[in-house]
Design a protein around this ligand. Structure first.
Ligand SMILES: [Zn+2]
Ligand SMILES: [Zn+2]
Length: 380
């Protein structure tokens, strides 16, 4: 059952080419198999939309469609321009995918049209690491599932080479010259042969593992060198480590997206790390020497008598190394002062005696102390 092409794209019967392109691009973004995790429903709808687009965007095919209806474009259907859309998956639409989806990755090839066999897929994997690994760099392994040359048939796509013959349409070259309507206008180009899908040969006995594609999904592990100073959300690009290209086309790129797990002690702020420290009322008043965790291990740090809640003590060059350039951020120790709860009778009496011995001057903060604190926070 074939739906009406105008209905598929949601355009009126008198829609112009621009409207058709616009409608198709919108649908393609919604339905593309790569963004829908190969949902078969979306995949079918995507194929349907692509078929409708290919026909309605081509003046000649559209005329045939308007005259004969969709049957003209089914394999074995009548009418000229029956291009066998039903066969062999996405065929030569592969290069459209690249045009649409490369910009996701900010790759240099965005919008460029490439000649030759379709480039392999760009892939994205996540790599979770702890703050220390992100700070000082690490060599880690990632598991990738990508299209690779099929090992069963060695990429030939057939289980029996004797029943594979040269395509009569393109005489084995895999390409035909044609006038095509693409998203970016109508032009003459050489494209993959529609009979053999650009293979140059017809495979009678396709390989059961790769279904004649010559490529198959395979999991493998890759070693990734994570540079020191990388942040959560940043991506490392491994050129050519994505999916295999079609029929020897350029492989895609692999993007490794970094996820930095929350740390037990530290919050990262740019290249600085923040450490929250509770001092007792007495430590804050008398001053203290304490062992403080840093990214480099424990370090003894002095806290001056009269340290206040909200004070920040800065340990220079104890933060995260800068990703570009030398040097490191700082570790900032943010002070909180904890007031005791549940006093014993003896403690209460001591505090009352302490209070009797105190005047307001013991609590007064020098005005410059206030400004020094801010200076410390903002200048590190
Ligand atoms: Zn051919
Ligand atoms: Zn195979």
């Amino acid at each position: 059952m074939t739906r009406d092409y105008y209905e598929v794209l949601g355009v009126p019967r008198d829609a112009d080419v621009q409207q058709i392109k616009k409608a198709y691009r919108k649908l393609a973004r919604q339905l593309h198999p790569d963004v829908n995790d190969h949902d078969p429903d979306c995949e079918d709808k995507f194929k349907e939309a692509t078929q409708a687009y290919e026909v309605l965007c081509d003046a000649e095919k559209r005329r045939v469609y308007d005259t004969y209806g969709p049957d003209a474009f089914r394999p074995g259907g009548r009418g000229q321009g029956g291009q066998g859309f039903g066969q062999g998956g996405f065929g030569d639409f592969g290069d459209l995918f690249d045009t649409f989806f490369t910009p996701f990755f900010g790759g240099g090839a965005a919008g460029q049209r490439r000649a030759g066999p379709a480039r392999g897929q760009d892939l994205l994997v996540e790599l979770e690491m702890d703050l220390e690994e992100a700070a000082f760099g690490a060599s880690r392994e990632v598991e990738v599932e990508a299209l690779d040359t099929c090992r069963t048939c060695g990429g030939s796509g057939t289980s029996n080479p004797d029943t594979t013959f040269t395509c009569p349409e393109c005489n084995g070259s895999g390409v035909v010259r044609s006038v095509r309507s693409m998203v970016f206008g109508q032009f003459v180009q050489t494209g993959p042969c529609h009979v053999c899908g650009g293979e140059g040969r017809i495979i009678k006995d396709p390989c059961s593992d790769c279904h004649g594609q010559g490529r198959a999904k395979r999991r493998h592990t890759l070693s990734v060198d994570v540079p020191a100073g990388i942040s959560d959300g940043q991506r490392i690009r491994l050129t050519g480590r994505g999916g295999a290209g079609e029929r020897g086309g350029t492989p895609g790129d692999l993007y490794v997206q970094i996820r930095v797990a929350p740390h037990e002690y530290f919050e990262r702020q740019g290249d600085d790390v923040l450490y929250r420290l509770d001092l007792t009322m007495v430590q804050a008043a008398l001053g203290a020497e304490l062992n403080i965790p840093t990214l480099d291990g424990e370090e003894e740090v002095s806290f001056a008598p009269g340290t206040q809640p909200g004070d920040v003590v800065t340990l220079r060059s104890r933060g995260v190394p800068h990703l570009r350039g030398a040097g490191r951020g700082a570790q900032k120790i943010l002070i909180n002062v904890v007031v005791p709860r549940d006093l014993t009778e003896q403690q209460r009496q001591l505090l009352e005696a302490f209070n009797a011995a105190c005047g307001q001057e013991h609590y007064n903060q020098k005005p410059e102390g206030f400004f020094q604190k801010f200076k410390q926070i903002f200048t590190g």
